[in-house]
Design a protein around this ligand. Structure first.
Ligand code: FAD
Ligand code: FES
Length: 417
């Protein structure tokens, strides 16, 4: 072969390679443009704003993965079946799920239940992620059935399955404030909304400091361990403190955790730099019950403390969030409560913490989810009378309705239940 012919072959090969490369890039770009065209632009969904979609929407589970060594915390990646782009929820918000769990016996029909799960990743137009901890029977009552929804999700919901989901909601959201550094305090599975906040912060405010204190019994319980370690290594402004109260033999301070014991104000005092901080707490009642008052005594302004508790869902389960007492005087009174659709009239005598517990005790079936005034599942039409709330519920109550899970009667009531 002559030199000019060889050169011509080489040039042709180069030209072909270039053409293939350019075609691949163009095809990828065209696909992205086509996808963007298919996805309707998303409207940001804020707390108190119109929900990103009305009622229930179907999502397909496209991926499941365990996030902890003990394999008790499982993430579910969800994409909308309708293919419409997802709205920018606020990090910290949760989704509400309608699940059909197995009946109490093999013959019994499936039972519909509602539960809330925080979004555990920052907003993405194509998918949402939740992370669910398997809940067993309480340690001192092992004969009770394990958690209904978490067991169902862990054991029965697989990749390809479709779930019915309500739009992101909740007011426990990160509020960026240039004057205050965010301090995230998580206990156990309470990490999930804080993880969405952290992930969003690292992407949107990479040069600004953020602190995460993550309380566990031992490091086998730690979810997202390698991800958190990678982020702490990659972001000099991200300060991670793992606190283990009962480390396993072989777990070492410095490698597996930074603090031995529970998260308390002493630890915060010692490790936080001077300046204003905004605290976001999510964890078990014991943690909230000790850290919240301690922060207030330390002098943190109430506006700089935000918290969320994952309330119990089963009607009979002990309350993780202490129900708000009714207005002084009202709780001690007796009122007639008529459940119009069920045709039952019963007397409220302040024995129950809420109208929801009262309804359930009298076998009136009411939908419920968070049992903490957040998700709106128990919203019921108030045909007559007035309902009290010790604190303004997170959920924006529709006119003429009330929230049974955090409400108590202020007068005789007629409810559409
Ligand atoms: C806003 C919000 C966000 C949340 N985010 C998350 C999250 O990101 N991840 C997560 O894992 N969870 C989250 N939760 C909690 C979640 O919604 C459920 O409450 C949790 O999964 C337990 O539900 P379950 O149906 O599995 O358990 P349930 O069936 O409600 O049971 C709870 C416990 O009660 C026990 N029990 C059953 N019957 C009785 C009885 N008769 N008497 C006493 N005890 C009984 C069960 O054994 C179990 O230990 C969140 C909750 C809220 C409100
Ligand atoms: S059960 Fe969620 S608001 Fe009442």
């Amino acid at each position: 072969m002559t030199a000019p012919l060889l050169l011509a072959w080489i040039c042709t090969a180069f030209a072909l390679e270039l053409a293939v490369g350019v075609t691949v890039v163009l095809v990828r770009r065209a696909r992205r443009i086509a996808l963007a065209a298919v996805l309707r632009p998303a409207v940001p969904s804020a707390a108190g704003a119109v929900p990103a979609w009305p009622g229930w929407r179907e999502f397909r589970v496209v991926q499941r993965e365990f996030e902890d060594a003990a394999q008790t915390q499982c993430s579910f990646h969800l994409v909308p079946v309708d293919g419409v782009a997802l709205s920018e929820f606020k990090p910290g918000q949760y989704l509400t799920f309608a699940l059909d769990v197995a009946g109490s016996t093999e013959q019994a029909p499936p039972r519909p239940i509602t539960r809330c799960y925080s979004l555990s990743d920052r907003p993405h137009p194509l998918h949402h992620r939740i992370t669910v901890k398997r809940v067993g029977a309480p340690p001192l009552a092992q004969s009770l059935p394990p958690g209904l929804a978490s067991t169902h999700l862990h054991d029965k919901v697989h990749e390809g399955d479709v779930l019915r989901v309500r739009a992101p909601a909740g007011r426990f959201v990160i509020e960026p404030d240039d004057q205050a550094t965010p301090v995230l305090i998580a206990g156990g599975i309470g990490i999930t909304p804080l993880l969405a906040m952290l992930n969003w912060w690292l992407a949107e405010r990479p040069g600004r400091p953020i602190h995460l204190y993550y309380g566990l019994r031992h490091s086998r319980e730690q979810a997202f361990r390698s991800w958190l370690e990678q982020q702490a290594a990659a972001h000099p402004h991200f300060h991670l403190t793992i606190a283990c109260s009962r480390p396993d033999p072989g777990e070492e301070p410095g490698r597996d955790f930074q603090h031995l014991g529970h998260i308390d104000v002493e630890l915060l005092r010692r490790t936080l730099p001077a300046g204003r901080h905004r605290f976001y707490l999510c964890g078990p009642p014991a943690m909230l019950g000790s850290v919240l008052p301690a922060l207030r005594s330390w002098g943190v302004a109430p506006d700089d403390i935000c918290h969320e508790a994952f309330g119990p869902a089963s009607g009979d389960a002990p309350a993780a969030v202490t129900p708000s007492p009714a207005a002084p005087g009202a709780a001690a009174m007796t009122f007639e409560v008529r459940f119009a659709r069920s045709g039952r009239t019963v007397t409220w005598d302040a024995r129950d913490a809420s109208l929801l517990a009262f309804a359930e005790r009298h076998a009136v079936v009411v939908d419920s989810g968070c049992r903490a005034g957040s998700c709106g599942s128990c919203e019921t039409r108030l045909i007559a009378g007035q309902v009290d709330y010790a604190e303004r519920p997170d959920h924006e109550i529709a006119p003429g309705h009330c929230l049974l899970c955090v409400g108590t009667p202020r007068s005789a009531l007629v409810l559409d239940a």
